[in-house]
Design a protein around this ligand. Structure first.
Ligand code: NI
Length: 136
C-alpha cells in the first residue's frame, strides 16, 4: 500500500529566458516577455510529493517536518529572492524555464530522500501554468 504525501512551498525569483546564440528578435519571438533583457520576477509555487509505504512504527510515509526543512534548505534558501540566471549556479548554462527549474529542484532533493520513495515535483510559474517532473 503506497501513499503520496505532499508539501507546498513558495519562492520569488527573477529570470530571463534566452539563448546567447540567438539575437534579441529571435529570443523575443520564442520567449516573449520572459526574454526581457532586464529580467522579471515570478511568484513560484512548488508542491513536492513523496510516495512510499507507510512506516509501521510512525504511521508516516515521510516526516513532513523533515520534508519541510529539506525544501527550505535545498530550494528556498538557494532560489528565494534570487536572480536565477545570475545567482543560482545550476542555471549558469541552463535556460531557467519552468521545466528546467523543476528538474533542478528534483535533482537537488533526490539525494536526501530514501531511494525506495518516489518524488514528484510540481512547479507553478503562474497560477495557470505549471509543470511536473517525476524523474522519468
Ligand atoms: Ni518569466
Amino acid at each position: 500500500m503506497k501513499v503520496k504525501v505532499s508539501r507546498k512551498a513558495h519562492f520569488n525569483a527573477a529570470h530571463r529566458l534566452y539563448r546567447s546564440d540567438w539575437d534579441l528578435e529571435q529570443n523575443t519571438a520564442v520567449f516573449g516577455l520572459c526574454s526581457n533583457p532586464n529580467f522579471h520576477g515570478h511568484n513560484y509555487d512548488l508542491i513536492v510529493s513523496v510516495t512510499g509505504e507507510i512506516d509501521q512504527e510512525t504511521g508516516f510515509v515521510m516526516d513532513m517536518k523533515v520534508l519541510k526543512d529539506l525544501i527550505k534548505s535545498e530550494i528556498e534558501d538557494s532560489f528565494d529572492h534570487k536572480n536565477l540566471n545570475i545567482e543560482v549556479p545550476e542555471f549558469k548554462n541552463l535556460n531557467p524555464t519552468s521545466e528546467n527549474i523543476a528538474v533542478v529542484i528534483y535533482n537537488k532533493l533526490r539525494p536526501h530522500i530514501a531511494t525506495e520513495k518516489d518524488i514528484e515535483v510540481v512547479l507553478y510559474e503562474t497560477p495557470r501554468n505549471f509543470v511536473t517532473y517525476t524523474g522519468a
